[in-house]
Design a protein around this ligand. Structure first.
Ligand SMILES: Cc1ncc(COP(=O)(O)O)c(C=O)c1O
Length: 383
């Protein structure tokens, strides 16, 4: 395939190392990947040890009730295990959410947002109404401080008014929202989302990146799940525990909702090794603490390094990635970093409304972050 064809076939998800390797002309393992927001400290040793210890389990079907895993998750979140359903990544559970939401008159989605929501909604012909997040203004209003908790957070009033405008009298609308939000890292308060729960027939909160916040700053609705029978919370073990290839996530929702999905899907969506690894990592407190310590320092280092480059402006998000506004074409910058440094950043072309002037970079180790800053500095001094 020609260079131009490779560029045109750019992936719509982060982490496509085969694509990047073709452009960089190297094996995929040589790519330094800032495009998928995966914890660089993982996977934890406890995950690998659990997989090794359970190799024998592949000779039998997993227990379709996944009771051991649901018990471990129930203990982790201090909720009843009947309200938990493990899945083949959060992405699998999104599919069943899409089927539920397709029964409503409309589903409100944030724009820009994670592309897989549309995949799940379109699969069942769900009607979608978008609510635009004004990313330009978000950047413009940002103060000099790199702490998200002192930044102005846009209210969710526009979400509510979108719901009102797409809803005819007596119609039913759903909301699918991501907190913290990919790709901005914006964090709404649990209270603001709880307010939305009163206006929608079904609310889905994707909390795939919530683990990256210290417990005292998290804005999860998990502890309030019993208050909202039409609320679904999605979580993923992919990002925090660095297990994207294992495929493991879970939903927290009313048991009736979870029983309905059980009837739709195949009986064993989570394999035995993923179940064993998930149980092990949920109990791995040292890894959890180590990750939170690393992130606080490394994100601030990456933020400062990016902010020091006049052509770039990072947004002080609260997840393990930073959205960056660029005065130069991101596609050219991305190609340069790949070919010259084998570094992959996430262009934002597949995020509706962002285009060629934004990229997203995962926070990696301090040495790797430095490699990115050096590559960027080099390119920007040439352009
Ligand atoms: C916001 C968000 N939700 C869910 C997922 C999917 O997670 P999983 O790997 O558990 O399917 C992703 C993956 O990139 C994501 O960015």
């Amino acid at each position: 395939m020609s260079n131009r064809q490779v560029i045109q076939n750019r992936p719509t998800h982060g982490g496509n190392l085969v694509w990047a390797a073709e452009l960089a002309d190297c094996p995929p393992s040589c790519i330094l990947d800032f495009s998928a927001s995966i914890n660089p400290l993982g996977p934890p040793d406890t995950a690998i040890a659990a997989i090794q210890a359970h190799l024998d389990a592949i000779k039998a079907y997993p227990n379709p009730a996944y009771q051991h895993l649901r018990d471990a998750l129930a203990e982790f979140h201090d909720i009843d295990s009947d309200w938990i359903l493990p899945g083949n990544g959060a992405a699998e559970l999104l599919t069943w959410i899409g089927q539920d939401l397709s029964k409503l008159d409309a589903t409100v989605l944030m724009r820009p947002g994670f592309g897989d929501y549309l995949r799940a909604l379109n699969a069942f012909g769900a009607r979608v109404a978008t609510c635009s997040l004004d990313v330009e203004t978000l950047f413009d209003q940002q103060g000099d401080n790199s702490d998200l908790h002192v930044q102005p957070i846009p209210s969710l009033d526009s979400v509510l008014s979108t719901a009102e405008s797409c809803a005819q009298p007596s119609s039913q609308a759903g909301l699918l929202i991501n907190n913290p939000h990919n790709p901005t890292g914006l964090l709404w308060t649990a209270e603001a989302i709880a307010t939305c729960c009163k206006s929608f027939s079904q609310v889905v909160v994707d909390e795939a990146f919530m683990d990256f916040l210290p417990p005292e700053t998290q804005q999860s609705l998990i502890s309030r799940i019993a208050d909202f029978p039409h609320l679904v919370i999605l979580r993923s073990l992919t990002k925090f525990y660095s297990l994207p290839g294992l495929r493991i996530g879970y939903a927290i929702a009313h048991p009736d909702t979870l029983r309905r999905w059980q009837r739709w899907r195949d009986p064993w969506p989570v394999n035995a090794l993923a179940e064993a690894a998930a149980i092990a990592v949920l109990r791995d407190r040292p890894f959890q603490h180590q990750t939170l310590d690393w992130l606080q320092k490394a994100r601030s280092q990456l933020f400062q390094g990016l902010a020091a480059l006049p052509q770039l402006r990072p947004y002080a998000g609260s997840a393990n990635f930073l959205l960056v506004r660029s005065h130069v074409s991101v596609l050219k910058l991305q190609e340069y970093l790949l070919k010259k440094h084998r570094i992959l950043i996430r262009d934002c072309l597949s995020f509706d409304g962002l285009g060629d002037r934004y990229f997203r970079a995962a926070v990696r180790t301090e040495a790797e972050n430095l490699a990115l800053i050096e590559g960027l500095t080099e390119y920007l001094s040439l352009s």
